[in-house]
Design a protein around this ligand. Structure first.
Ligand code: FAD
Length: 478
């Protein structure tokens, strides 16, 4: 064992929460040690999550666009897929970005320890280094950013190459003939999109009555319409009750009112039923750090745990489990340690589902407004009326705004359509800046762009919009 080292700030976990926290703390003049087993920082997001999945989704989009170009008079031959090169390309994207993070870590003079840390008390960590040594680190402040892992339904996991989670799916070892995706959340739908575009017959099974339970139904419906064509089947209100491996695949048993075939055989089964915080093996009890019911570490608005010099951020500190939320919390924690008066109090954390079309929302949703019994005016602009959507042959979209009818303030924005993930930032800004519908209506948006749908939705709050005529009502707005 080497001599113990001391850190002013130690960050456990090098994902988008941890590295953002470490970088910010270093930029604020604090001496920082960052611990993660990866060769470079990156965490789930860069190695096994956001980045590799989006690289593959981009490839999927290219494939689908070649199929759809026929309408524009361009016919491609069936794309040839070289999986070895596709994997190499995806890995090169990951390497480039994680390598960049490694350089940024060095440039900031952050001490990077490759290993796994656990608290031995509230000021000490024991780090199992990847080279087999143990390193003791004492600290003034710690930021826990140890992230989350894929959940497995107990009793419904088979140890077999045919059974994969999102990490296994991102490896694209082959293109199976058929695949069942268990779970109609965003990760399942994104990975299903990748495989279906590569030629797999994809079925999705979801226990609830709709896909993407967190999103508003009108937006999810737009997506489902297209996924119904891309996927072989989406089985709703259906549960998987048994899995059995046979010589030919995995035999899956289903239960639910809509089930027509009680058992079906699949070449592969991808389980995407959510993620759980990595709080079990960190020695949190030894540091007396409180953990809530679902395993999330309890924190205040500065991301501080019940132990004042220990902070927790990102997936391990609660929903929504998203990279950008983790990074923002990381920066707040670093600033709080540096003594700045900060708080994590966003009005709008955007959520984006990178399917085709993309689905994005921020701020208040209609479902949430109904739960809270809030009066909101919802205005929608269908992309059938968008010039830009028509030039892209992608009229399958909708932009909607949730507006406080008294103050005219924008409370939430939802978009389902091509490129919605890029567009939602305008909504985030509008919600955060407490913009009024008139602000969006009066801000000149470039033509022809999909962003005009935001402006026109705002316009329709006051009656008709240029490209959407609604006969005036006798009295009142809208
Ligand atoms: P993580 O990124 O999970 O990083 C935690 C790090 O801590 C890991 O490297 C882990 O090895 C390390 N660690 C754990 N325990 C210890 C320990 N004891 N000692 C040292 N290190 C430890 N989010 C989005 O916002 N957009 C997306 O498009 C998106 N796509 C996704 C796609 C997939 C397939 C998956 C699985 C996730 C996706 N996510 C996406 C979620 C996103 O990856 C997470 O929200 C984000 O990575 C959380 O960041 P984090 O810093 O909290 O933790």
């Amino acid at each position: 064992m080497s001599e113990s080292i001391h850190a002013r700030v130690v960050v456990i976990g090098g994902g988008p929460g941890g590295y953002a926290a470490a970088f910010k703390a270093a930029d604020l003049g604090l001496e920082v040690t960052l611990i993660d087993e990866g060769e470079n920082p990156g965490g789930v997001c860069l190695y096994r999550g956001c980045i590799p999945s989006k690289a593959l989704l981009h490839a999927a989009k290219l494939i689908n666009e070649t199929h759809e170009a026929g309408e524009m008079g361009i016919t491609f031959t069936e794309p040839e897929i070289d999986l070895t090169r596709m994997r190499a390309w995806k890995e090169s994207v990951v390497k480039r970005l994680t390598g960049g993070l490694g350089q940024l870590t060095k440039a900031r003079n952050i001490r990077y320890l490759r290993g796994t840390a656990a608290f031995t008390d509230s000021t000490t960590l024991a780090v199992d280094l990847v080279d087999g040594e143990e390193q003791i680190v004492t600290f003034d402040n710690a930021i826990i950013a140890a992230g989350s892992s894929a959940t497995r339904i107990p009793g419904l996991w088979i140890d077999s190459p045919r059974m994969i989670d999102s990490t296994g799916a991102l490896e694209i070892p082959d293109i199976p003939g058929s695949m069942l995706v268990i779970g109609g959340g965003y990760i399942g739908l994104e990975m299903g999109t990748v495989y279906a575009s590569l030629g797999t017959r994809v079925s999705v099974v979801e226990m609830l009555s709709g896909i993407l339970p967190g999103a508003d139904r009108d937006l999810a419906d737009v997506l489902k319409k297209r996924l119904d064509k891309l996927f072989h089947e989406i089985m709703l209100e259906t549960s998987v009750t048994g899995l059995k491996e046979t010589d030919d695949g995995i035999e899956v048993t289903f239960e639910g009112e809509n089930v027509t075939e009680k058992t079906q055989l699949f070449d592969k089964v991808l389980m995407c039923v959510g993620r759980k915080p990595n709080s079990a093996n960190l020695g949190l009890d030894k540091a007396s750090v409180q953990v809530g019911m679902r395993g999330f570490i309890t924190t205040d608005q500065q991301c501080r745990t019940n132990i004042p010099h220990i902070f927790a951020i990102g997936d391990i500190a609660g929903e929504p489990m998203l990279a950008h939320k983790a990074s923002h919390e990381g920066m707040v924690a670093a600033e709080a340690i540096a003594g700045e008066k900060v708080a994590f109090e966003p009005h709008a954390i955007p959520g984006v589902v990178f399917t085709d079309p993309e689905l994005a929302w921020c701020g208040l949703t209609e479902a949430e407004a109904a739960r809270r019994d809030m009066e909101v005016k919802v205005v929608r602009f269908p992309w059938a009326a968008s010039g830009r959507a028509t030039t892209l042959a992608r009229n399958d979209g909708i932009t909607k705004l949730l507006i406080d009818p008294r103050t005219e303030r924008i409370l939430g924005v939802g978009i389902c359509g091509y490129g919605a993930g890029e567009m939602i930032s305008e909504g985030v800004l509008a919600v955060e800046m407490a913009a009024l519908a008139s602000d969006l209506k009066l801000s000149i948006h470039p033509h022809p762009t999909l962003s005009e749908t935001v402006m026109e939705a705002a316009e329709s709050f006051y009656g008709s919009s240029t490209h959407l005529y609604r006969p005036p009502k006798k009295s009142g707005k809208g």
